[in-house]
Design a protein around this ligand. Structure first.
Ligand SMILES: Cc1cc2nc3c(=O)[nH]c(=O)nc-3n(C[C@H](O)[C@H](O)[C@H](O)COP(=O)(O)OP(=O)(O)OC[C@H]3O[C@@H](n4cnc5c(N)ncnc54)[C@H](O)[C@@H]3O)c2cc1C
Length: 447
C-alpha cells in the first residue's frame, strides 16, 4: 500500500517571505483559499496566503474529484455551473495536466423514492439550462455495460466533469504564485489582529501581517479559529474513507448508487468509496450544536457510524485547546496536516461491493487507502459571507462535501466580495446570520 501523496513529509514548495503588510491575507491553502487568492490577485490586490501544513494536503487532495453541478442546491447550482467553466480556464492557464475531463455524472437509483427525487431535481436543472436527464434501466446498461447489478433508473448530467485533486489543487497554487500571490506553507495563522473593532491583519507563527481584509478558508478548522474571536458557526466534520484501486478490466464512467461510488482516474486506476457511509467522532462542539444538527442527523443516521471520542489534535477533540495566546503555538501548529486513518471495515466493504457489481473486473487491487475529514454545515450549504461583527473578515467555509468542484467559483465570488464588487450571484442562502436570525434551516437536496 502506498502512502497518501501529500503529507508533512512532502517538501515545502512555497516558502515566500512574509511581508509586513498586504491588501488581503487568506488563511488556508485548500481549493477555496487558493482560488480566492488567485482571483483577488487578478483584481489587483497584493495577496498573502498562509497554510499551516502543505497546500491542499487536507480535504482538497483527499476528495473523489467530482466536478459536478448535478444534485446541487438551487442556490448553488449557477455557481457550480460557473465553476465548471472556470476549471476549464484554470486548467489551461496552469499549463499542467490536472486530469480534467467531461465524463458525465451518473446517480443510480436504488428505489422508486430515489427516482422521484431525481425527477424533482430535473426541474431545477431545466430551469438553469443544465443538460440533466433521467435514464431508464436499459439506457444505464449502455453506459455501464459490465455491471451485473440492474438499477431501475438514474439521473445523468453528461456535461459534469472530474479532475485529479492531488494534482489539480497544487497546480492552481503554482499558477497563483506565478501570478504574484505570496504563498507560505508551514505557517499557521494563530489569530486575527483586531484594532478598534475591525480586522487589521493576521498574527501568524512567522509574524504579523497587517491587512484591511482577511479571508478565512480554513476547512474543518474554521469553527475553532472563529470561536476564539466570538464568531460561532455550527460546523462539524465527518470522516470519509476512500481508496485508489486497479481493476483487471478497462472501466466505464463515474457513478454512485445507494452504496458505492466509482470513478476512473486519469492515471488508469479507480477512485472508489462508499456512497454515503461515514464516521462521526463526537466532541464538545457536537453537543453544543446538537439541536441545530438534529434534522440532518435524522436523515443521515443510517449512514453514520458514531464514535465516542474525537481523536486528540482534531478540531473538535475533547482535549482540544479552545483558547491560546498569539505569542505561542496554536492548535493549528500541533496538527499541521489532518490525516485521519481510513476505516478498515469500509476499505473491505468497498472492495467487496465493487467485486459484486463488476465481477468481470475481478477483486480490485487497492494501492492507496486514505480518509478525509469533510467539513459540513447542518443545511448542507456553505457559509460565504462577510462577518458583520468583525468588519474586514470574510468567511468561506463549510463546503459540505462539494467544495472541490465548486471551489473556483466561490473563490472568484469571495475575491469580488473583498473588492466590494457585486458577486454576480444571490448569496442570501450562504449568509452567516441564518443560524442566528430565527430563520428555519432549509436542508439542501443532499443528492
Ligand atoms: C473523502 C472526500 C470526498 C469528497 N468528494 C468531493 C467531490 O467529489 N467533489 C467535490 O466537489 N468535493 C468533494 N469533497 C469536498 C471537498 O474536498 C471540500 O469541500 C473542499 O476541498 C474544501 O476546500 P477548503 O479549501 O474549504 O478546505 P481544505 O481543503 O480542507 O483546506 C483548508 C486548509 O486550511 C488550512 N488551515 C486551517 N486552519 C489554518 C490556520 N489557522 N492557519 C493556516 N492554515 C490553516 C488547512 O491546513 C487546510 O489545508 C470531498 C471531501 C472529502 C474529504
Amino acid at each position: 500500500m502506498h502512502p497518501f501523496p501529500l503529507s508533512l513529509a512532502s517538501p515545502v514548495e512555497h516558502a515566500a517571505a512574509l511581508p509586513g503588510s498586504a491588501d488581503l491575507v487568506v488563511i488556508g491553502g485548500g481549493v477555496i483559499g487558493i482560488a480566492t487568492a488567485l482571483f483577488a490577485r487578478r483584481n489587483g490586490m497584493h495577496v498573502v496566503l498562509v497554510e499551516k501544513g502543505r497546500i491542499a494536503a487536507e480535504q482538497s487532495s483527499r476528495n473523489w474529484g467530482w466536478v459536478r453541478a448535478q444534485g446541487r442546491d438551487p442556490a448553488e447550482l449557477p455557481i457550480a455551473m460557473e465553476a465548471r467553466g472556470l476549471w476549464r480556464e484554470l486548467a489551461a492557464q496552469s499549463g499542467e495536466d490536472i486530469g480534467l475531463a467531461e465524463t458525465g455524472v451518473l446517480y443510480l437509483a436504488g428505489n422508486d423514492r430515489d427516482m422521484e427525487n431525481y425527477q424533482a431535481w430535473t426541474r431545477i436543472a431545466a430551469a438553469h439550462g443544465l443538460d440533466t436527464r433521467l435514464l431508464s434501466g436499459a439506457e444505464i446498461a449502455s453506459i455501464q455495460p459490465t455491471a451485473t447489478r440492474r438499477w431501475p433508473g438514474a439521473l445523468w448530467t453528461p456535461s459534469d466533469m472530474r479532475a485529479e485533486p492531488w494534482i489539480a489543487v497544487p497546480a492552481l497554487a503554482r499558477l497563483a504564485a506565478r501570478q504574484g500571490v505570496t504563498i507560505r506553507e508551514q505557517c499557521a495563522a494563530r489569530g486575527l489582529d483586531i484594532e478598534t473593532g475591525r480586522v487589521a491583519g493576521v498574527v501568524t507563527e512567522a509574524g504579523r501581517v497587517r491587512a484591511p481584509a482577511v479571508v478565512l478558508a480554513g476547512g474543518a478548522w474554521s469553527s475553532l479559529f472563529l470561536r476564539r474571536h466570538g464568531v460561532s458557526i455550527p460546523q462539524l466534520s465527518v470522516r470519509s474513507t476512500v481508496v485508489r484501486a486497479e481493476a483487471a478490466a478497462p472501466f466505464p464512467g463515474q457513478a454512485v448508487d445507494d452504496a458505492l461510488a466509482w470513478r476512473p482516474r486519469a492515471d488508469g486506476g479507480l477512485t472508489l468509496a462508499l456512497g454515503s457511509a461515514h464516521d462521526f467522532f463526537i466532541g464538545p462542539e457536537a453537543f453544543r450544536q446538537f439541536l441545530t444538527w438534529l434534522p440532518l442527523a435524522r436523515s443521515t443516521f443510517a449512514n453514520t457510524r458514531f464514535r465516542l471520542a474525537s481523536p486528540a489534535g482534531w478540531p473538535d477533540a475533547w482535549t482540544q485547546r479552545r483558547q491560546w495566546n498569539d505569542d505561542g503555538p496554536s492548535p493549528f501548529e500541533t496538527m499541521r496536516v489532518l490525516d485521519p486513518a481510513p476505516n478498515p471495515a469500509f476499505v473491505e466493504r468497498i472492495a467487496r461491493l465493487f467485486a459484486e457489481r463488476f465481477p468481470a473486473a475481478g477483486t480490485p487491487a487497492i494501492t492507496h487507502a486514505w480518509a478525509g475529514l469533510i467539513d459540513s454545515m447542518p443545511d448542507v450549504v456553505p457559509v460565504v459571507d462577510a462577518v458583520e461583527t468583525l468588519p474586514g473578515l470574510v468567511v468561506a467555509t463549510g463546503m459540505s462535501g462539494h467544495g472541490f468542484g465548486i471551489g473556483p467559483a466561490f473563490g472568484r465570488i469571495v475575491a469580488d466580495l473583498v473588492a466590494g464588487r457585486s458577486p454576480g450571484h444571490d448569496l442570501t442562502r450562504f449568509r452567516l446570520s441564518r443560524f442566528s436570525d430565527g430563520s428555519r434551516l432549509e436542508l439542501g437536496p443532499a443528492l
